[in-house]
Ligand binder design. Structure first.
Ligand code: HEM
Ligand SMILES: *[C@@H]1O[C@H](CO)[C@@H](O)[C@H](O)[C@H]1NC(C)=O
Ligand SMILES: *[C@@H]1O[C@H](CO)[C@@H](O)[C@H](O)[C@H]1NC(C)=O
Ligand SMILES: *[C@@H]1O[C@H](CO)[C@@H](O)[C@H](O)[C@H]1NC(C)=O
Ligand SMILES: *[C@@H]1O[C@H](CO)[C@@H](O)[C@H](O)[C@H]1NC(C)=O
Ligand SMILES: *[C@@H]1O[C@H](CO)[C@@H](O)[C@H](O)[C@H]1NC(C)=O
Ligand SMILES: *[C@@H]1O[C@H](CO)[C@@H](O)[C@H](O)[C@H]1NC(C)=O
Length: 538
């Protein structure tokens, strides 16, 4: 009895944490899980296409830069005060000697275009570390989300090569790490990359040149124990151990801080990997006390992607998109033995005819890139009479070989995978142009609003996210601008077209917006696909 009660409670717990579409975590889910394949969001992960990748710049290793940047943001956490940590404050701290070098600048530039109202710079810095160490050594670091970005610099105190052991130990202690954690963190960080002569001519011997980098270990492009074993067997050429000026030998002091007890344990590869996963997880979870982190991100099991939901020129409703089905080895699913369909409901919530899908086949029809995760795609396209409309759908999976089917209702959310039957974004009649003379962009956003929604008397409006460049910073400040929509001069029996025009800066063309008609909303629409297009006729 006891046992089954516990089991069913555990089940309830896992059900309540299940993925609900749409999620504010969707953009980060895309960047982490869809690195390669048929549908891919590789803008971030392409920068670590291999562990040693350096985007063609001599002496640069992107994966190492990302790990170092996350550490430099995290390192000034104060656990007792509940301040600092992974809060993106590093963007305001680049001119400090403790943050010397191009690594931090590069990393912020790498994540910059992915920052949006749902994905903070701090979450993206965490994501970057997770992607990097998975690429370099198959590390699995759970990624919690929900970090908020600081709006100004935090305290100083990231240890430097000349920092004495007591000060270093104290800094880690304040952040919440004991001596063994400190040794482990440094031994896990310094398995990638090295010291750059251009930043530290006092540490690196030879010419001052971007390509002259003194590597921490012999396998700079592998997340492995070499940094530990080379230290222990005295074959290391780690520049923070071998400097003739002992003041600059911070790794030597840190590694020997407990008489090599921790380093001897870390020489075991299995133990090293598990410990690195553990300390990296704890490091990313150092956040100010006003942040509540989510449960670790799990890939959505079943997720729809709507590519088209709009009125056609004759007034009918067009719906197209694809369903992503998780087919990773532990999912129990076989991609070739799956049929997927949508069970839609009309604007009144009544079931209407099933919409079938076709398995994508181009480029293998699947997406992958993070550890063992894999996904397959099932595509659909349907035109419905506007009188019927659409308020959402459930998703049915059938396994032809067994005949078994399961219906997914978006974890019980109201309306299943709900669509707004009152607002459509009219992408073909929308466009984004850029005028190089004024250095400004113009967004023309067209929507169709149902007469039913307009009957409430509310004026349709666009809530546009402005991406404002900040001086000497790589991360834009996001500001919301409300723009009233006006009738565009076309209506159908059910809908009226509305339009809004917005002006944005040169780096603000690819942004997001919401459409609001009173309480009725169409959230997080992206302008990326509109850039450089012209607006079609209504
Ligand atoms: C006592 C603490 C630490 C000190 C004094 C220290 C010092 C340094 C120095 C001087 C560099 C060379 C920077 C350059 O020339 O670009 C460096 C690089 C690096 N550090 Fe640390 N570090 C410490 C802890 C950590 C920790 C805890 C991590 C990660 C968890 C880490 C990750 C890295 C990485 C990945 C690089 C290579 C960056 C690249 O190749 O671009 N460090 N560190
Ligand atoms: C790695 O070690 C080998 C053998 O000792 C040596 O020949 C090689 O130069 C080293 N490579 C690096 C990158 O340190
Ligand atoms: C360790 O290596 C260094 C540099 O190669 C050498 O000077 C030193 O004598 C070695 N120490 C021992 C104990 O072998
Ligand atoms: C050793 O390095 C420290 C820190 O950079 C510096 O203050 C000191 O002058 C150096 N000592 C020698 C002998 O170069
Ligand atoms: C720790 O290991 C290093 C490298 O092998 C060695 O030089 C040092 O003497 C050791 N320290 C202790 C306390 O054993
Ligand atoms: C309306 O337009 C859509 C898409 O262009 C087309 O598929 C559909 O057949 C048209 N319906 C009618 C009734 O003409
Ligand atoms: C990094 O960016 C900061 C702020 O814009 C700048 O002051 C610094 O010179 C940059 N560092 C490098 C190495 O480019």
């Amino acid at each position: 009895m006891q046992r089954s009660l516990v089991a069913s409670l555990a089940l309830l717990g896992s059900v309540s944490a299940a993925y609900v579409w749409p999620s504010t975590q969707d953009p980060i889910d895309d960047l982490l899980y869809l690195q390669s394949g048929y549908i891919r969001f590789g803008s971030l992960s392409d920068q670590v296409s291999s562990c040693g990748f350096g985007a063609g710049s001599p002496g640069i290793q992107k994966s190492a830069e990302w790990v170092r940047t996350a550490f430099h943001d995290a390192a000034t956490h104060d656990a007792a005060a509940g301040t600092g940590g992974v809060d993106g404050s590093i963007q305001y701290e680049l001119e400090r000697p403790e943050n010397l070098g191009a690594a931090l600048n590069h990393t912020l530039a790498d994540i910059s275009s992915s920052v949006n109202v749902h994905s903070s710079a701090a979450d993206l810095l965490s994501l970057a570390l997770v992607i990097a160490v998975a690429r370099c050594g198959d590390l699995e670091v759970p990624l919690r989300l929900g970090r908020k970005d600081a709006t100004e610099a935090g305290i100083k105190g990231v240890p430097e090569a000349h920092t004495d052991l007591e000060t270093t130990r104290n800094r880690f202690q304040i952040a919440g790490f004991n001596e063994a954690d400190m040794i482990t963190l440094v031994a896990c960080g310094h398995t990638l990359g090295g010291v750059h002569s251009v930043d530290h001519p006092e540490i690196v011997t030879g010419t001052v040149d971007p390509a002259n980098v003194a590597r921490f270990d012999n396998t700079t492009d592998k997340f492995d124990t070499k940094v530990v074993t080379e230290y222990l067997d005295n074959s290391s050429r780690n520049p923070l151990l071998r400097n003739t000026n002992d003041t600059l030998n911070s790794d030597k002091r840190v590694f020997a801080a407990d008489g090599n007890v921790t380093m001897n344990k870390l020489a075991d590869a299995t133990y090293y990997k598990a410990q690195c996963e553990s300390v990296f997880t704890r490091m990313l979870d150092l956040v100010p006390s006003d942040v509540t982190l989510s449960e670790p991100l799990q890939p959505a099991d079943i997720r729809p992607y709507i590519t088209k939901y709009q009125l056609s020129s004759n007034g009918s409703v067009e719906l197209a998109g694809r369903i992503r089905i998780r087919t990773s080895p532990d999912s129990g699913r076989v991609a070739t033995d799956l049929k997927v369909s949508l069970l839609p409901t009309d604007r009144n919530g009544q079931s209407i005819q099933e919409i079938t899908t076709t398995a994508a086949t181009a480029k293998g029809g699947d997406s992958f890139g993070y550890l063992k995760e894999r996904f397959n795609w099932f595509e659909f396209s349907k035109v419905l009479p506007a009188t019927t409309g659409l308020s959402g759908f459930n998703i049915k999976l059938t396994v032809p070989s067994s005949g078994l089917s399961t219906t997914y209702d978006n974890a019980g959310a109201a309306g299943g995978f709900a669509l707004n039957p009152d607002i459509t974004f009219q992408q073909p009649q929308s466009c984004v142009s850029f005028d190089s003379a004024t250095n400004k962009g113009t967004l023309t956003l067209t929507t169709a609003i149902s007469k039913k929604a307009l009957a409430s008397g509310a004026t349709p409006q666009v809530r546009l996210v402005q991406r404002i460049d900040q001086p000497r910073n790589f991360i834009p400040k996001l500001e919301q601008q409300v723009i009233q929509m006006t009738p565009a001069g076309k209506e159908t029996a059910e809908y009226v077209y509305y339009r809004a025009t917005g002006t944005v800066g040169r780096n603000g063309l690819q942004t997001t917006f919401d459409v609001e008609v009173g309480e009725s909303k169409l959230l997080f629409q992206e302008t990326t696909a509109l850039v450089g297009t012209t607006c079609g006729a209504l």
